[in-house]
Design a protein around this ligand. Structure first.
Ligand SMILES: [Ca+2]
Ligand SMILES: [Ca+2]
Ligand SMILES: [Ca+2]
Length: 558
């Protein structure tokens, strides 16, 4: 494939000239084939419109995808080429991501259109899906109902008669059912449940995130596109609407997920490693996962051991990118959502798992902090932060590893281009505005949507300078290395620069519920006390106090 630049240019034009509505665009390369039958895409030259779809061949002989040559428009591979079995699989038509990174996406994740999916489901199956949706007992128990139900899916002029739908999500699922007037389902739509070889536009399953907490509907989309642009593993994603049995249901962030083909793009030659969600749940190599190695990682309690098991240079680059986007529930941010991927001899590398609580999230929900979340002590000033993860603490409490992480922040913030990202937010917020208004299942109001979009732009604009000041402070720049509490430790290395008795050089004081020495643990090595973490309601409380439901009284938190 050559000459990809044209495609983004064409896509930009589409934003302003309405050259194709959500999913209604017929690929210039030719009409799609019938599902199950092969169709050849057209080969393009010199910007000409491609040829018609190839004749369908019974038995699903795969058609060739269109090849982009010198400014041409790719021919659309027939849908049948991707859905058929028995023939050589065709390559799906591809588009670049917003960053124009070299790793291409299925055209389902075109940035220039608001894609539109609709499906029909029987009344009986819909009732079952709805019952699954309200089954919070199982969701809360960590075993959410995951039954797939058959649907007939429509995408533009294409139909997949044997697609399947199921619910997805965890905390947002619980929250929408418990708190929202008109709760919103999040979906996985799968093409290979009833025919294991079937793909649609090269994709096996599309994840539709409800975007409950991301009032802008854009955090994850922006995060994924930026990560991809700086060479970090992230799925292709865009925005999409879903219509069910003829009725508009809602707006979603659509994404591909971390799949084998995606891993093959980022880890060429090593796409078969163990992919483990949260460090505990195998998603590839199920049954053959190297749990002994995972166990060794769990047991690692010093940097020397960690370096034998983890690709530290690439992992700190990933954490640093999370710090740049303020991924408030990533590994940076408390280890709520993350993947580890086994690169083999290089060890595990951390991967992004959803940036839905990034970008505007803190601006909206913790405005006192906004874009000024400390890149090392991210918990400082947050109301109810997650506990810092063990391996994160090993890194920040080891001088050499901490310096590596600081360098990684300098590297990643240099790749943040506010003008580029603002242009995405402007184009995409306009692209989805009508669908946001029409979404009666959303949590946010229209005003909150508008506010969140502007909060996101504020963050995009201001975070880089804050991080550059942090890096300058780390480098000893006297103009930036300020020390408000005059404890001899500048703000960049001080977890509380307003309290002279708290800093990495202070001793840990037992029983005060404060992380005095800034190591991310409250009241450690204190006889009779269970160590806690900063911001924990009962952090460091003696077990005898029985304060698991304790009232927040200490001053060490925001
Ligand atoms: Ca200080
Ligand atoms: Ca203490
Ligand atoms: Ca401590």
């Amino acid at each position: 494939m050559t000459s990809r630049r044209w495609a983004w240019t064409a896509s930009v034009l589409c934003i302003t000239s309405a050259c194709g509505g959500g999913g209604q665009t017929v690929p210039p390369g030719g009409a799609a084939g019938t599902v199950g039958l092969g169709g050849a895409g057209g080969d393009m030259l010199g910007g000409e419109v491609g040829g018609a779809a190839g004749a369908t061949v019974d038995g699903g002989v795969g058609g060739a995808a269109g090849e982009v040559v010198d400014g041409g428009t790719a021919g659309g591979a027939g849908a049948g080429a991707m859905a058929g079995s028995g023939g050589a699989p065709a390559v799906a038509r591809t588009v670049p991501d917003a960053s124009n990174s070299p790793r291409l996406c299925s055209d389902l994740f075109d940035q220039s259109v608001l894609t539109a999916y609709s499906f029909e489901i029987s009344a009986d199956d819909w009732a079952k899906l709805d019952a699954d949706f309200h089954d919070l007992k199982d969701v809360l128990a960590g075993t959410p109902p995951q039954t797939y139900y058959p649907i007939v899916l429509h995408y533009g002029s294409e139909t997949v008669s044997n697609a399947a739908v199921r619910l997805r999500g965890k905390s947002s699922w619980v929250n929408t059912v418990m708190f929202d007037t008109n709760p919103k389902m999040a979906f996985d739509i799968s093409f290979d449940q009833y025919d294991t070889h079937q793909k649609f536009h090269g994709i096996s399953t599309i994840h539709f995130e409800m975007a409950r907490d991301e009032w802008s509907f854009l955090s994850e989309r922006v995060g994924n596109n930026w990560f991809r642009g700086i060479g970090l593993t992230a799925p292709c994603s865009n925005s999409a609407t879903i219509t069910i049995n003829g009725q508009f249901y809602g707006l979603y962030v659509a994404e591909e997920g971390i799949t084998k083909p995606l891993l093959a793009q980022y880890f060429p030659g090593n796409a078969d490693g163990d992919l483990i969600k949260g460090g505990t749940e195998a998603h590839t190599n199920i049954g053959t996962t190297n749990w002994t190695k995972v166990q060794a990682l769990d047991s690692a309690n010093d940097m020397t051991t960690l370096r034998t098991l983890v690709d530290v240079p690439n992992t700190v680059l990933e954490w640093a990118a999370e710090a740049v986007v303020e991924d408030a529930d990533g590994y940076y941010g408390g280890s709520h959502n993350f993947w580890i991927y086994d690169e083999g001899s290089a060890g595990y590398v951390w991967l992004l798992d959803h940036s839905d609580s990034a970008l505007e999230w803190l601006e909206v929900f913790t405005p006192s902090l906004g874009y000024k979340e400390h890149p090392i002590y991210w918990w400082a000033g947050r109301a109810l932060p997650d506990p810092p993860a063990k391996n994160y603490l090993l890194v920040i409490n080891d001088p050499a590893a901490r310096a590596q992480y600081v360098d990684a922040i300098a590297t990643q913030v240099a790749k943040w281009n506010p003008a580029q990202i603002t242009s995405w937010i402007d184009a995409w917020s306009q692209q989805i505005a009508t669908a946001v208004a029409a979404d009666t299942h959303k949590w946010a109001t229209m005003d909150q949507f508008t506010m969140a979009v502007s909060a996101m732009k504020d963050m995009v604009q201001n975070r880089p300078q804050y991080l550059q000041e942090f890096v300058a402070c780390e480098n000893g720049d006297p103009a930036q290395a300020t020390d408000q509490d005059a404890d001899g430790v500048p703000w960049c290395n001080d977890c509380d620069d307003s309290n002279a008795s708290v800093s990495p050089s202070a001793p840990e004081v037992c029983g005060n519920h404060i992380d005095d020495n800034c190591n991310g643990v409250v009241d450690e090595n204190c006889p009779g006390e269970t160590p806690g973490f900063p911001g924990e309601p009962d952090g460091g409380v003696p077990p005898s106090a029985g304060a698991d439901a304790g009232v927040v009284t200490d001053a060490g938190r925001g």
